[in-house]
Design a protein around this ligand. Structure first.
Ligand SMILES: [Fe+2]
Length: 289
């Protein structure tokens, strides 16, 4: 079993983990789920988090093969275009991004300039697709439920699960965003839990659990099967769907959902400048519950 070198980066304002996944036998690496810092009140972006990744890659003298997203994130902006410009590499996301683009393109009344065909990305992945990072082989597992386009990237003994599972003491991702579905997530999670039990699972987020005071980014299939508070072995599909639906009804919107989806549906690019040369994001009024 191939064992990639995995380095995590944490953005505490959005509780997001980004990863550099490195082939131990070459200089090839991939970046998964990068963050563009965004001060919403000031409308100002910053590349501090992305620059940390760039410095790491330069220090290790790595070559970026892929810049991957597990999904269209609703809680942070992607730094993929900035990283691509600085480091090269191909961008990739799930092929079902076209559904997400359709939903949010409509919700934000994006004009005809906004292509809803995924063409902003270099690669659109489907279930079972394979890709290479040097000598490492990655495999794509479609894990919808949180969003229709969510993917898990399985690379050797490591799986990057995006927003499906969180730490065992925290549970699972919400399913109440447009296109989300709790029953679908349950089935997707079963695919992740069917991986070999020593598989290392790398999470997209951690929020700490009530009894834990440190952030954690890594767990395993065995730990999840045994102890995940929402989906451990023995919890039925019906019980999960009921729990997830009831819990989702109590959750507020993530602080950055409005800017995040407008930018991330465009692969991390801002909308085009208006006729005065400035760039704006929209806030739809009374549109989302
Ligand atoms: Fe997400």
């Amino acid at each position: 079993m191939q064992r990639p070198i995995v380095t995590h980066f944490f953005d505490e304002p959005t509780n997001t983990f980004s990863y550099v996944v490195q082939d131990p036998d070459s200089t090839a690496c991939a970046i998964i789920d990068s963050v563009l810092d965004f001060d919403y009140a000031a409308g100002r972006t910053d590349v501090r988090s992305a620059d940390e990744i760039i410095a790491f890659i330069h220090h290790r003298q790595l070559d970026v093969t892929w810049i991957l997203e597990t999904h269209v994130h609703a809680d942070h902006l992607s730094a993929a275009p900035y990283l691509h410009e600085k480091l090269g590499g191909k961008t990739g996301i799930g092929a079902k991004i076209v559904e997400v683009q359709e939903i949010f393109g409509k919700a934000f009344n994006a004009g005809s300039e906004f292509a809803r065909d995924g063409s902003q990305f270099d690669a659109l992945f489907n279930e079972g697709d394979v890709f290479s990072i040097g000598g490492l082989q990655g495999k794509v597992v479609h894990t919808p439920g949180h969003t229709p386009a969510c993917l898990t990237y399985v690379i050797g003994d490591a799986a990057f699960v995006g927003d499906t599972l969180f730490m065992p003491d925290y549970g699972t991702a919400r399913c109440d965003f447009p296109g989300g579905d709790a029953r679908t997530l349950y089935h997707s999670i079963q695919k992740v839990l069917a991986l070999p039990e020593q598989t290392r699972l790398f999470l997209c987020h951690d929020y700490k659990a009530p009894d834990r005071d440190t952030f954690q980014h890594e767990t395993s299939v065995a730990e999840q099967r045994q102890a995940n508070v929402h989906v451990h072995e023995g919890i039925s599909e019906e019980a999960f769907v009921k729990m997830r639906t009831e819990r989702d009804a109590t959750l507020g919107m993530p602080r950055l959902i409005i800017p995040s989806v407008q930018v991330n549906m465009r692969a991390g690019h801002m909308p085009p400048a208006e006729d005065n040369g400035d760039v704006y994001l929209k806030v739809p009024i009374n549109k989302f519950k």
